[in-house]
Design a protein around this ligand. Structure first.
Ligand SMILES: [Mg+2]
Length: 167
């Protein structure tokens, strides 16, 4: 028997991209706003390391379908995506559960998603039902806001990532 397959799935907004401050800037439309987002350098470094290791990476984003091309271009400009089928946009956060369940049960999924909202109003809230559903999936190892904020705040140092992140 071969080794079980594994995949790494990342949310974009407020996980790898610094999205919430963009709501304070008066962009004329979503295309412009999403095209100009800053990335968390340490998160980018982590994803790049996974890519260099040959891991399979996917991005799940609850964004409108019409910003798919903008989102893809942004990931491309950051050097963290190679093909269109690594990116999925869904209309609702709950739909990410359906997307995760599309992977075969034998596939181990490492899933990084803050699953939070309302940062821009100063009081972070969580999609608790979605988090609970994802935590109950046997083939998903979920990394939530605590791990993500820790990663975001790190200057990239290989040994730090290896302590807390799956190999
Ligand atoms: Mg998010």
């Amino acid at each position: 028997m071969g080794r079980p397959k594994k995949v790494f799935v990342f949310d974009i907004d407020n996980t790898i991209a610094l999205t919430y401050p963009s709501f304070f800037i008066p962009y004329s439309n979503d295309f412009q706003r999403y095209a100009c987002l800053a990335i968390y350098p340490a998160m980018r470094s982590y994803v790049v390391e996974l890519i260099n290791r040959g891991e399979r990476i996917f991005y799940f984003s609850a964004r409108p379908w019409y910003v798919f091309p903008t989102t893809y271009k942004w990931l491309k400009s950051q050097g963290i995506i190679r093909s269109l089928n690594q990116l999925y946009t869904v209309p609702n956060v709950k739909d990410k559960i359906k997307l995760l369940s599309c992977f075969p049960l034998q596939t181990q999924i490492y899933y990084f998603d803050d699953l939070s909202y309302n940062h821009e109003n100063g009081m972070v809230k969580f999609y608790t039902d979605v988090i609970n559903s994802i935590r109950s999936m046997k083939n998903v190892k979920y990394f939530g806001i605590d791990t993500i904020q820790y990663l975001q705040g790190l200057w990239y140092e290989r040994e730090h990532f290896h302590k807390i992140c799956p190999i």
